[in-house]
Structures are given as C-alpha cells and as structure tokens.
Design a protein around this ligand. Structure first.
Ligand code: MLT
Length: 331
C-alpha cells in the first residue's frame, strides 16, 4: 500500500475542524456519523484508521484480524478508552490514542452545572413551568456556599472542579491515592486518607460531605466503588454527582438510596447502558434517569462546541502523524 494514502473511517459525529484536516490530506476519509455496530464490522476490513467517540464499542471481535485486517490506529476523541479493548489492539500492534486535554473544562463545567441544578431543583422547576405549573413553594433549594464537596479522583477534571467549587465558597475534601498534597493544598483541597488503598479516607469523606463527585476512569478498582455500604454512610441530605463513567456508582444501590432516602438527590450524566433505552423493560439506568430526585443529562460532559473542536483537531492530527509513520504527539 502506498504510504501516502490510507483509509480513515469515522463512524460517529466529529467536529468539522479535524475533518477538514483529514480531508486536506492524501487519505481517503469516510464520515458516517451514524454507523451501527453491524455496519462497522462490515466496513472495517479495508480501513487503516478508526476515529471514534463514546458510542462505538471496539471489542475483541471487532479487533479480530478478519474484521479489521488493515487497522493500524484507533483514535478516541475523548479521554476515556474504556470502549476500546486496548489489550486486544496492542496484541495486534494497533496503536490506540486519545485526547486527554480538550475535554477538561467542559467536563468540569458540566459537573458544576449539575451541582447547582441539583441544589436549586432546576430540572423539576423547568419541567413544571413547561407544563404550566408555578411550583414556587415546593421547590425550595439549598445553598452550596459553605457546604462540603467531596471529590474522588483529583486528576485534571477533579482539580478543575475543586478550584471552581472553592470559588463558590465550598469546602473541598479530596481522595486520590496518587494526588500530591502540595498541589491539592494549593487548590484549596484537604486530602483525606493517606493509605495507598485510600479506604480509610473514603469512609471519612463519605460521612463528611454534602455533595460528592467522582472523577475517576472506569477500572476494575473504581467499578461499583460507591455501593450500598458507601451510600449508607452519607448524610441523608447529601447529593451525589457522576460526570465520569456509569458504573462508578452501583446503579441499583443508587436507585435504592434515592428511593429509601439515604441521600437526597443525584446529578447523573453517564450510565452503565448508553444510550439509555427508555422503551421495553426499563433498565436501572432508565429508572435513575426518570427519577424525580435525579437531574439527568445524556452524556453531555464533553459536549461543548469548544471541547469537540479541541478533541477533533487533536485526534485527527495524531492520526495523520501515525499514518505518516511518526509517533503520536499526545500521551
Ligand atoms: C471522554 O471520555 O472524554 C468523554 O466521555 C467523551 C465523549 O463525550 O464521548
């Protein structure tokens, strides 16, 4: 194959800025933003590069040599690579790249949006108004200033949320076995725990907070990290947020916690099942999304014009470099 022309498949929406970069290269670009999993498998054999967002699942079946014999690079226009079987890709020498910077502000701002929406019942108030109800006395909120926010995971998003929350006058507790105490302190965060497993710290944090937010990837060590036992430790006035990954909170436990009043509310952007299916028999994810104590959004954390431009340019630049035989620029 000529080194200057490869085939690039984009089966999900991607901002124009990156697409333009690809289209002005010598490569052949197929932009099919609504590709179903079946079509993906039938298209892939002739492609060298695949650029995806959250919806495409790059499983070991997709990565088998008969489905994707020519694949050299998979690029994720976002930070998480949990929808890619990285091990299977690596075994075949397929490079996996992501875009870990472009989304940070968007994810942090969405977290703050859900925090304030939860505190002031914005979702229910708006639904009421749309349906012609003036529910002023029913929807008394709480203030966030002076309250304690717990942040689990002090990476780039967690730290940004911390700075914004201190700006709102919140006290911030953080839990992250890898966080530097100096950097945390400089952002106004008090680290809890200290042990490498962070276990003691978790209990201390859960008991203390009025709001809890998680900013970890979904890993074996973070899956179901917040379950029944953890939710029961929290104040019954506490509210929780998830703009990270569905499954960090156990969804069944979260639903039970809301129904039985162990906590007061939840702001949820991510689910174990995406897209959440509202038809047929309702999943726990759908029941959470519909729950009156929940402010729900459909995985919008990274969905800003700015973030989508950033990640689009970033992944497309990396793909072009890799196809040139060079190394990717970002980690
Ligand atoms: C991310 O991992 O950065 C986001 O989930 C990206 C997305 O919204 O697809």
């Amino acid at each position: 194959h000529s080194a200057s022309s490869f085939k690039i498949l984009i089966p999900e929406p991607l901002s124009e800025e990156g697409l333009t970069l690809l289209q002005s290269s010598s490569h052949e670009v197929t932009y099919h933003p609504k590709t179903t999993p079946d079509t993906l498998a039938s298209l892939l054999p002739s492609y060298h590069a695949l650029i995806i967002r959250s919806e495409t699942k790059v499983t070991s079946a997709i990565l088998s040599p008969d489905v994707s014999p020519n694949l050299r690079v998979i690029a994720r226009a976002g930070v998480g690579v949990d929808n890619i079987d990285v091990e299977a890709a690596t075994k075949r020498g397929i490079i996996v790249v992501n875009s870990p910077h472009g989304n940070i502000a968007a994810a942090a701002e969405h977290t703050l949006a859900l925090l304030l929406a939860l505190a002031r019942n914005i979702g229910r108030a708006d639904t009421g108004m749309k349906q012609g109800r003036w529910e002023r006395s029913k929807l008394v909120g709480v203030e966030v200033g002076g309250k304690t926010l717990g942040i689990i995971g002090l990476g780039k998003v967690g730290m940004k949320v911390a700075r914004m929350a201190t700006g709102l006058g919140m006290k911030v507790l953080g839990l992250d076995p890898y966080a530097s105490p100096e950097i945390a302190r400089s952002a106004g965060v008090k680290l809890v725990g200290g042990g490498k497993d962070g276990k003691g710290g978790l209990e201390e944090l859960l008991k203390a907070v009025d709001f809890l937010t998680v900013h970890t990837p979904l890993l074996a060590s973070t899956a179901d990290m917040i379950g029944e036992k953890e939710l029961k430790l929290m104040k019954n006035t506490a509210r929780v947020l998830n703009v990270a990954r569905g499954g960090v909170y156990n969804e069944g436990a979260l639903l039970k916690a809301l129904e039985e009043g162990w906590i007061a509310g939840a702001g949820i952007d991510v689910y174990t099942q995406e897209p959440v299916k509202f038809d047929v028999e309702e999943s726990t994810a759908a029941r959470l999304a519909r729950h009156p104590k929940v402010v729900a959004t459909p995985h919008l954390g990274a969905s800003t014009v700015e973030a989508q431009e950033n990640v689009s340019i970033d992944v497309c630049t990396q793909v072009l470099e890799i196809l040139k035989g060079g190394m990717p620029t970002a980690a």
